[in-house]
Structure formats: C-alpha cells, structure tokens
Design a protein around this ligand. Structure first.
Ligand SMILES: Nc1ncnc2c1ncn2[C@@H]1O[C@H](COP(=O)(O)OP(=O)(O)O)[C@@H](O)[C@H]1O
Ligand SMILES: [Mg+2]
Length: 366
C-alpha cells in the first residue's frame, strides 16, 4: 500500500503560514490532482512529501510509514518517491541515458542493475532510440519525458509532479496529459500532481482537491463532481469561466435582481433566502434571436461583445444591470443565425444554475 496521508500539517515561513491543520488522504494507485492559485502552497506540499522541507506540526505518512513530523524525518532518498519539478530541469551536459541513470547513481545502486532499469524507464516514456541524445537535441516535450523517465526509474510507488506541462505548447500539453495518464495505468503508481491549470486537472485526475489562496482545501471529489457540483463560488470560478447573477426573492422563486425574470428555485439547503446568487457556465445559457413574445424562462438581453474563439463564439450579454458570459459552438451559432452584432437584442434562456447564498458569494479572486 502506498497511500499518502497528511495529518494536521502546518507549514510556516516566518510570519507567513502557508497552511495549517491540513488533512489530505491520497489513495493508493490514484492520480490525485491538487489545483489552486499560484502561491497557495502546492509546491510546499510536494516538498514536504519529498522530504525537502519539514512540517512545523502534524505528520505525513506513506502507507504505514510516517515519513515526516517535526521530530522525525526520513531523508528524501529513502522515501522512494519519484519527483518531477517544473524547474527541476534535465542536466544539459548529460545524454538521455545518463540523465535517467542519475538518481540510481546517486543512490549507489550497483552498476549491473542500472542499465536494465534505465532501459525500461526510457522505454516507458517512448524514448527508445534517443538514449545518446543530449537535451539540446530533443524537443521540449521529449525533454519533459526525460524528466518523467528519471522520476520513473526510482521505481517509487509514489510520483510527484509539479506543473510538469507548464512550459510546453498547447498541443504537446494535451498529448502529454494522455501519456501521463497512460503511464500511471501501466505502472500503477500513486500520483500526486499539482497545477494551477484547471483544464489539466479535470482531464487527468481520478480525484481533485481545490485549494484556495489561504491554503484551505475547499473541496475534494471526482472531476465531474467538483465541476458540476462546486461546493462554493470559489471552486465554481476556479474550475472554469462562470457568471454570477444576483437574484432576489419574488414569491417562491428567485428573479434576476431588478427584473421580473424568474431564474428558478434555490435548493432546500439554502433555506428560502431573500437573496441568492445563481452561477452559470458559459454553455449553460442559450442565446437566440427575438421572434415574437418571450416564452417562459426567457429574458431579453443586449449583446455587448462578440468574440470568435475558433470553435466557439463567446458573448457578453447584459440583462438589466448584470452581465453574463455565454458561449455557443461556432457551427451551431452559424446554423441558428446567432452571430449577433454588438448592440443587438437577443433572447437568453437558462437551465440549471448552481445556487449559492448571497453570503457565501463573497467571491474571492484567485
Ligand atoms: N523557502 C521559502 N521561504 C519562504 N517562503 C516560502 C518558501 N517556499 C515557499 N514559500 C511561500 O509559501 C507560499 C506557497 O508557495 P508555493 O508552494 O511555492 O506556491 P504554489 O502553490 O504556487 O506552488 C508562497 O507564499 C511562498 O512565498
Ligand atoms: Mg509551485
């Protein structure tokens, strides 16, 4: 078993407490992605786990073994963890094979054992045939794979990846996501992957933890769960573009503030608030042309901005005093004749907003 546990961990630097009372359980064999804004403490978590930092309070265990507490720390090389740090580049003067062999040499692994393990690790990242090349003779993605391979060679049951795709271009980033996922299935390692990029997180995670700028974990769940049922407005906003519309109570329903437009009924957990916030993803609202009287669930809006983002058209639509981001697939937008001019009137209809109380909507910027 190589599950990972943080129990009530605190880490401070001088006056700055990065996090305290941090509890985290990463299951054996899962790909767990921690996402959060820059500076929230993601790298610190990995450094604690890898053994480059010591917790001020609490303990960290891998399987049954406590690897770190304020009184006791197992040295990094004895934790059997593979690490790929964003700024932990490959050695420029060593070829692929030498780079991958490096952690084994550092650990005084007997020479005859090194070659087959390196060959296997190189093969796992599809770099066979490139063993003698220097990093300067490789593409960015290939260099990144060398770093991955070097993490793999340790044959740790745990791999830590710190924004390993940040320096890659978009196409490569997408490709590498799949490779990391495939690799994980192949070797069955427990992966802790940290990033500020919610797209990567949603794509590769078995489970995601969303951390805020104060080092507090707001929600843990599957990608579907945290995306579809965000626990609070911070999570909702962090995981993708969202519009927050203020509503007020009218009878048993909530209307868009300052209009008669009924947005629906908030869930029971909110009680019956006089004010609530309805959050929408850009694809949750449907825009269409005005044709005759408004139907139920439709509101009139003014198109303030139209941007063509390749496969999607992005609109900013004003309804009363509030502004909504709305997106339509370009193909569909053309077919339905909704490529509006700025200033035109449109009809917006909504489905399934995510509801938050006005109090919790003190929306925190990342
Ligand atoms: N060695 C250090 N000394 C002082 N402050 C540090 C140190 N390492 C990290 N920090 C602080 O801890 C916070 C979290 O940093 P980090 O984990 O690197 O954030 P990120 O989530 O972007 O990876 C930041 O405010 C950073 O300034
Ligand atoms: Mg970092």
């Amino acid at each position: 078993m190589s599950d990972i546990r943080f129990r009530s961990v605190r880490k401070s630097y001088g006056d700055r407490t990065v996090f305290q009372g941090l509890d985290l359980h990463i299951r054996s064999g899962e790909c767990f992605v921690l996402v959060g804004p820059s500076g929230c403490g993601k790298t610190v978590i990995l450094r604690l786990l890898a053994g480059f930092e010591t917790p001020d309070e609490g303990e960290i265990a891998i399987g049954e073994r406590v690897v770190a507490s304020p009184r006791h720390a197992i040295p990094p090389e004895d934790r059997r963890i593979g690490v790929v740090f964003q700024d932990y580049a490959v050695w420029p003067h060593m070829n692929v094979e030498e780079n991958v062999a490096y952690p084994l040499k550092m650990r005084d692994v007997p020479k005859p054992e090194i070659a087959p393990r390196v060959a296997q690790a190189v093969d796992q990242v599809n770099l066979k045939g490139y063993e003698k090349r220097l990093p300067s003779q490789l593409s960015g993605g290939q260099q990144q794979r060398v770093a991955l391979s070097r993490a793999l060679v340790a044959e740790g049951e745990v791999m830590l990846l710190d924004e390993p795709l940040t320096n890659l271009d978009a196409n490569l980033r997408e490709e590498m996501r799949f490779e990391i996922k495939a690799l994980q299935r192949k070797i069955g390692a427990t992966i802790l992957y940290v990033t500020h990029d919610h797209d990567v997180a949603l794509a590769i995670a078995d489970r995601i933890a969303v951390m805020d700028g104060h080092g507090i974990i707001r929600q843990i769940g599957t990608p579907e769960d945290v995306y579809e049922n965000p626990a609070d407005p911070f999570v909702c906003r962090f995981l993708g573009v969202s519009s927050f519309m203020e509503t007020e109570r009218r009878g048993s329903a909530q209307v868009l503030r300052g209009t008669d437009f009924v947005l629906g009924t908030p869930p029971d957990r909110l009680g019956s608030p006089s004010e609530a916030v309805a959050a929408f993803r850009p694809m949750d609202a449907v825009v269409s042309r005005e044709e005759g009287p408004l139907g139920e669930g439709q509101a009139l809006g003014t198109v303030e901005r139209v941007s063509l983002l390749g496969p999607i058209v992005d609109f900013r639509i004003r309804i009363g005093v509030q502004v909504l981001r709305c997106q339509v697939q370009t193909e569909e937008a053309v077919a339905r004749n909704v490529i509006f001019e700025e200033g035109e009137t449109c009809v917006v209809s909504f489905h399934d907003p995510k509801w938050f109380s006005a109090a919790e909507s003190g929306i925190e910027e990342a």
